[in-house]
Design a protein around this ligand. Structure first.
Ligand code: KG4
Ligand code: ZN
Length: 354
C-alpha cells in the first residue's frame, strides 16, 4: 500500500473537523464534529421500519441496507455541515462491538475516505462513543462513573481519567435494552419495544409486583433474564386462568424492577468510588422512568448527574466523532489495516492504556 503522508495536527487557526461513521447495528449514521464539541451535522438513517416486521434486527438485512445508504448519508452529512471533503482533518468509524457485517460497511467506507483524502483514520469503540456523547453537551469531570444501558450492553464503567475505562460491573445475561425488547414482544408491542414499555409504564395506575435481581450484596453486576422469565410466567399463568394481565401494569412493574436495580447499583458504586459525576449513556438512557429516578436520587445524594439529550441516546455518529476527538488530540490514529471487531473490548481499546 502507498505510504501515507498524514499531517500531525490541524494547521493553527483551522478547526479540527472529524467525519464520523456509525454502522454497528441498525442505524446508518454519519456526522461532522468540530473541535470535539460542535455538531456540524449528524445524519441518522434508521432501519427500524425494515426490521420491525421480523421483530428484531436481521444482521444480513442490516448489512445490505448499510451498503445501500452509506454513500448517500455521507454526502448528506458533508452537505449539512457546510464543508468540503478537503476540509476534513480525520475520518472516524465505529470499529466494534456490533454486528460484524454491519461494522464492515462503515469501516470500509471510512478507510476509503481517509485514504483518498490522506487524513488519519480513527477506530472508535461503540460504548466509548455512547459515553462521550455526553461530552458534546457537558464538561466531563474525572473520576466519573458511567452507567451504560443499551440494546447490547449494561455496564458500570469507572473512568479515573479521560480515555480510561474500567468495567466494574456488567450484565451476566441480557442487556437492559434487550430485556425491554423481549418483554415488549411478549406484550405484543412493536420493535424496538423500549419506548413502548416506557410509555405504558407512565400511563399505568398500578404495577405488577416483580422480583429485583440484586445478586451478591457486593456485586455491581446485573442480570435481567430472571426478571424477563418472571414476566413471561406471570403472563402465561394469567392467560391460563382466563384473566389476562393489564399490559400497562406489567410494563410498570418491569420498568420499576429494572430502574430500582440499575439506579441502586450505580449510586452505591458512585458513593464507594467517590466519583465527581454520574453519567448516563446508551439507548435506554432515553427511558423517562430511569431519568426521573436518577435525577431524584442524585439530587438526594448531592451527586452531579450528566444525562445525554434524547437525540444522542440511541445510536448516532456524533457520539463516535466526540470519542474520536479524544484520540485525535492524542495523535492516536489507526492503521489502514484496521479490522472491524464484533466483540471489541472497551478496556483494551482505551486510549489511556496505549
Ligand atoms: O444504544 P442503542 O441505540 O443500540 C445499542 O447500542 O444497542 O440502544 C437501543 C436500545 C433498544 O433495546 C431500545 O428498546 C432501547 O435502547 N430504548 C429504550 C428506550 N428508547 C430506546 N429502552 C427503554 N426506554 C426507552 N425510552
Ligand atoms: Zn449503541
Amino acid at each position: 500500500m502507498k505510504e501515507r503522508n498524514i499531517p500531525a495536527a490541524v494547521p493553527a487557526g483551522r478547526p479540527a473537523l472529524i467525519l464520523a461513521i456509525e454502522t454497528s447495528c441498525d442505524e446508518t449514521s454519519v456526522a461532522v464534529i468540530e473541535d470535539g464539541v460542535t455538531i456540524r451535522s449528524n445524519v441518522v438513517s434508521s432501519q427500524v421500519e425494515t426490521h420491525r416486521k421480523f421483530g428484531g434486527v436481521v444482521p444480513e438485512v442490516a448489512s445490505r441496507q448499510h451498503v445501500e445508504t452509506i454513500t448517500l448519508i455521507m454526502e448528506e452529512a458533508v452537505e449539512q455541515a457546510g464543508i468540503a471533503l478537503r476540509d476534513l482533518s480525520a475520518v472516524a468509524v465505529t470499529q466494534g462491538p456490533g454486528l460484524i457485517g454491519a461494522l464492515l460497511v462503515g469501516v470500509v467506507a471510512a478507510k476509503a475516505l481517509a485514504y483518498s483524502l490522506q487524513v488519519p483514520l480513527i477506530g472508535v469503540h461503540h460504548i466509548a462513543g455512547h459515553i462521550y456523547a455526553n461530552a458534546l453537551v457537558h464538561k466531563l469531570e474525572y473520576p466519573l462513573l458511567a452507567l451504560v444501558v443499551s440494546g447490547g450492553h449494561t455496564e458500570l464503567v469507572h473512568m479515573e481519567a479521560e480515555g480510561s475505562f474500567r468495567i466494574i460491573g456488567r450484565t451476566r445475561d441480557d442487556a437492559a435494552g434487550e430485556a425491554y425488547d423481549k418483554v415488549a414482544r411478549a406484550l405484543e408491542l412493536p420493535y424496538p419495544g423500549g419506548p413502548h414499555i416506557d410509555r405504558l409504564a407512565q400511563e399505568a395506575a398500578e404495577a405488577l409486583p416483580l422480583p429485583r435481581a440484586w445478586l451478591e450484596p457486593d456485586s455491581y453486576d446485573f442480570s435481567f433474564s430472571g426478571l424477563k422469565s418472571a414476566v413471561l410466567a406471570a403472563l402465561n399463568s394469567a392467560r391460563m386462568k382466563g384473566s389476562p394481565l393489564d399490559p400497562a401494569a406489567v410494563a410498570r412493574g418491569f420498568q420499576e424492577s429494572v430502574v430500582d436495580v440499575v439506579t441502586g447499583k450505580a449510586l452505591r458504586a458512585a458513593r464507594e468510588l467517590g466519583v465527581k459525576q454520574l453519567l448516563l449513556a446508551g439507548g435506554v438512557a432515553a427511558n423517562r422512568g430511569l431519568r426521573e429516578a436518577l435525577v431524584r436520587q442524585c439530587a438526594e445524594a448531592g451527586l452531579p448527574l450528566i444525562v445525554p439529550p434524547m437525540s444522542l441516546c440511541t445510536d448516532n455518529a456524533a457520539m463516535i466523532g466526540a470519542a474520536a476527538h479524544l484520540m485525535w488530540t492524542r495523535g492516536q490514529y489507526s492503521p489502514l489495516e484496521l479490522k472491524a471487531e464484533s466483540a471489541l473490548s472497551l478496556e483494551n481499546w482505551s486510549p489511556a492504556s496505549r
